[in-house]
Design a protein. Structure first.
Lengths: 307, 307
């Protein structure tokens, strides 16, 4: 029987079994490795990581829906025909991202990294993060979760999104075109932005210059948002004291890359918000019932914005 | 005119001026350095750090109230006559302590300390702190604040206090005599206990052995609570993976102290929860109006328990 639901992934991936189980109650299912050939003439649904799905999409003439196992679906940009829905993995990264952002802010502001590597008595106390101003670029489910945790710690949190619409949990939200007002007087700036033409180089010298002296910048969205030369300059000349980069235009970052030898700049390995193993089957099952019922999937991307 | 309110501290300490201002509306005030002589025959109120106040107490025959500028008042144990009220500094350390506890847990569990010191790509992801079990010894205002922040991060938080009374923010509270049940299956154990005879050596081999493998212990209460040899053994033989000690029986910790060379053991410098500079005058002014009105001060210690 021709395959209707094609899962692209390794049989040992923990999410594959539960996704197959959920799917085969409704249709014929196959699992293939990314480079494995399969008859795709009847495939209506693809599930997998965007880079693995990208070459399959044009081979599926009956495709109706793509469930990504990642939050970022920029690897599919320009490949998905109109009328095909794409659902990024949503609503499952807030906890991990909040841990990452608050963990790094606290580790730096409370001198934990220094103290962990020092045997001397250091009685000087730290001011901490309470009362500081945090700006979050990207006010979706991930940004909102981070905003909520930061607010609990006494930070004043503002947001940036494409149209400046207000979002619960943010004191104020600014639009992209008011991004300098947004950045004015921030102590901490966090980008969680997706990769779209509108976010290319949005973190530049002019934006960073609006921040308070001693500022901290964190990029855990996509690498395209940051002009690296401007970031390095802001660390060397001010106002930045520290930056943490989790995402890059090329990953893994080359051992000789200029970003690896900048004082105050820390590198993580796109590890800010890994996918909880149980999340993919949960999200897929929820979206599948909407798909089968012919109901709209709220997670489906708006192709006009590219995410 | 004889001094009624005696402030012991340096004139450059930022809290001294506002405390004097609040006091001199009601009575005669003097400020002295710790080793400076003064006529104390009419002193009704002492304000200062417990070690500075300790030698003054017996010189104040009319003493009615001691406002400590520290949370810990164990330096006054046995020195304060019956009928004299002692108010530790309360309700101002929750934010800083929450930053310290969550900051260290995140820095360790999200590998921030390792990643901050490494230029390599480390794609292995961390499980984080969500769903872990945290036990807090000491369920007063500081412990409750930590419990609240930890609960926001998805931890299950239980508490230990002398009588096992339930406290909002804790799933369950255990009494000292049920401390092994309390410690059973904990991933993280935090002591915020004051120094009293009842807390001496309460963190011993038998207690630590109840924790889960890979556990983390944090002491930010008082050093007397921990049997150091048992702690070192629990780090070397299990179940502990890490420990963070902020308080010690002798401070600063001697450079050659055995605790300084234990793998997995981190030392901070009684810096977990410093006093916010504006807090002392606020707390003093609040207590002063209660004192002048002859009303009970809720912060006053119960001398029977020693804190």
């Amino acid at each position: 029987m021709a395959v209707e639901l094609l899962v692209v992934g390794g049989l040992s991936d923990p999410w594959v079994g539960p996704v197959v189980a959920a799917g085969q109650e409704a249709m014929t299912v196959a699992v293939v490795e990314p480079d494995q050939a399969v008859d795709t003439s009847a495939v209506r649904i693809l599930v997998g990581a965007p880079p693995d799905l990208a070459p399959k999409i044009r081979e599926c003439p009956r495709l109706q829906w793509v469930q990504s196992t990642w939050a970022g679906v920029d690897a599919l940009t320009g490949l998905v025909p109109k009328g095909v829905q794409v659902t990024p993995l949503k609503g499952v990264f807030g906890q991990a991202m909040s841990e990452f952002v608050l963990g790094w802010l606290l580790a730096l502001e409370r001198n934990i990294i220094t103290r962990a590597n020092c045997k001397h008595w250091i009685p000087e106390v730290e001011a901490g993060i309470s009362g500081k101003r945090l700006g979050i670029m990207g006010t979706g489910t991930i940004g909102s979760a981070v905003a909520q945790h930061a607010t609990h710690f006494g930070l004043a949190v503002t947001g940036l999104n494409s149209k400046g619409q207000s979002v619960p949990g943010f004191v104020t939200c600014y639009s992209n075109s008011h991004r300098f007002d947004f950045a004015q007087g921030l102590d901490y700036l966090v980008s969680l932005l997706p990769s779209t033409p509108a976010t290319d180089g949005i973190v530049d010298a002019a934006l960073l210059a609006r921040m308070n002296p001693g500022g901290i910048f964190i990029n855990a969205g996509r690498g395209n948002a940051v002009l690296n030369a401007d970031l390095i300059n802001a660390l060397q000349q001010g106002p930045l004291r520290y930056a943490i980069l989790d995402v890059f235009e090329e990953e893994p970052l080359a051992q000789s890359h200029a970003l690896k030898n900048v004082p105050g700049l820390f590198i993580t390995s796109q590890t800010a918000a890994p996918t909880p193993s149980e999340a993919i089957p949960e999200v897929f099952a929820r979206n599948l019932s909407l798909f089968l019922a012919g109901e709209p999937m709220p997670d489906a991307l708006c192709s006009e914005r590219g995410y």
